[in-house]
Design a protein around this ligand. Structure first.
Ligand code: AMP
Ligand code: GLY
Length: 432
């Protein structure tokens, strides 16, 4: 079978890596790919991840059997609809379903209609109305641009003053362009965050083990939000025994709602959860694998990913197809100094083979490219050093051992990936 993976990040490298292990796969194409994806049987093609017409043309030309879009942009632009019209299978939701990620107001409406617990909210198209609402509200608030804003359109506002400023920034100064012409203002929730990703075939959902991302740039969740500085799985705050119950609460009602609208959801539905004192609440949906959650999750997957994706596309997904190792996995992202602000590119990268010689370590590339055969950095997030271990502590130790073996001038990483899980495990052990 011939597969086309769309995207160029660490998530897509992990997808290519896992799919290339499938006995069913004969050739993989990746558009546009990155410097780490050059392996036997994998061909990078310079078509951008949001060029829907170019991607459909490529899929036809190369007689692709399955397209796997990585990033949300392709999905919200309707790649699944375009591929369906061209008769090519796609492991990803249609444009209607992708609004779950593409429009926060749409996601809220679906959650409210299907009874999914989430923060109370109000939606505004007018800055003055939004401000009047905020002035009447005492506690902290979160102001969100409705549309896609590369993870930056959410402003957490502990005070009324900050919420009013956020409205100015998003609606008046249009910091996120048209994405901010509608805003969602919602109650500020407190708790630990965790991600639940489910494989979906339109009707059925099979949960993957839990994962936890680290969005802030610096240790102890300090500094600006990034695309994700590291992730691990499982997260003890959402143990395996609770996955089915959580899927019943936050995923299955949404699948039912979308199917009733005539848009069965196929692909990965990802719920970003806040575990509050009042129970779990959904912060957001993504309609794809998370980056970097995908990297540790796929390291733990023992089953054939292509068979799973094909079953999902055919509406025949079964839990028996999906097996995970009970081991833990930790992925630490190495970024350019300065990221998520401005940073340098073109730094030489060495030591990847040395890191990968450690048992259970795989280094996934994000912002890398090859120049005259040499690997150099080409983005903010550069590598994700991922390791399996018998438990979270050993996976963490091995992942950081791998990080130490990589030489990348002008780079940095968080030292505390997985620490929340370690602390929780210690508390559980102490009977707290
Ligand atoms: P989102 O893109 O909606 O997931 O928001 C990005 C980040 O903002 C989340 O990962 C949370 O850390 C934070 N956030 C979003 N909504 C809320 C909320 N209602 N209360 C507290 N924090 C939130
Ligand atoms: N790691 C969070 C995301 O992919 O949106």
């Amino acid at each position: 079978m011939r597969v086309l993976v769309v995207g160029s990040g660490g998530r897509e490298h992990a997808l290519v890596w896992k799919l290339s292990q499938s006995p069913l796969v004969t050739e993989i194409f990746v558009a546009p790919g990155n410097g780490g994806m050059e392996m036997d049987g994998v061909t990078s093609v310079p078509v951008q991840a949001d060029d829907i017409i170019g991607l459909v043309k490529l899929a036809r030309e190369k007689q692709i059997n399955l397209v796997v879009p990585g990033p949300e942009a392709a999905l919200t632009l309707g790649i699944a609809d375009a591929l369906e019209a061209a008769g090519v299978a796609c492991f990803g939701p249609d444009r209607y379903c992708s609004q779950l990620e593409g429009s926060k107001a749409f996601a809220k409406e679906v959650m409210n209609k299907s009874g999914v617990p989430t923060a109370a909210c109000a939606v505004f198209k007018d800055a003055d109305e939004a401000k009047n609402f905020i002035r009447k509200h005492k506690g902290g608030l979160v102001v969100k641009a409705d549309g896609l804003a590369a993870g930056k359109g959410v402003i957490v506002c502990p005070s009324q003053e900050e919420a009013l400023k956020a409205i100015d920034l998003i609606m008046t100064q249009k910091a996120f362009g048209n994405s901010g012409s509608t805003v969602v203002v919602e109650e500020l929730l407190q708790g630990e965050e965790v991600s639940l990703l489910c494989l979906c075939d339109g009707e059925h959902a099979v949960p993957l083990p839990s994962a936890q991302d680290h969005k802030a740039a610096y240790d102890n969740d300090q500094g600006p939000n990034t695309g994700g500085m590291g992730a691990y799985s499982p997260a003890p705050i959402l143990p395996d025994e609770e996955l089915e119950k959580m899927t019943d609460l936050v995923i299955r009602p949404v699948l039912k709602h979308l199917a009733a609208k005539g848009h069965p959801f196929v692909g990965v539905l990802y719920a970003g959860l806040m575990m509050t004192a009042d129970g779990p609440k959904v912060l957001e949906y993504n309609v794809r694998f998370g980056d970097p959650e995908c990297q540790p999750l796929l390291c733990r997957l023992d089953s054939d990913l292509l068979s799973i994706m094909l079953a999902a596309v055919r509406g025949e997904l079964k839990p028996e197809l999906v097996h995970f190792t009970p081991k833990s996995a930790v992925g630490v992202v190495i970024t350019a100094d300065g990221y998520p602000g401005s940073y340098e590119k073109g730094m030489p990268i060495e030591g990847i083979e040395d890191a990968q010689s450690l048992p259970g370590v795989v280094v996934f590339h994000s912002g890398t490219k090859r120049v005259d055969g040499k690997l150099v950095s080409s983005g903010g997030r550069i590598l994700c050093v991922t390791a399996l271990g018998e438990d979270l502590a050993s996976a963490r130790a091995r992942s950081y051992e791998g990080v130490e073996r990589i030489h990348l001038p002008g780079s940095r990483y968080r030292k505390d990936i997985g620490m929340k899980g370690i602390v929780r495990l210690e508390q559980l052990k102490a009977g707290k």
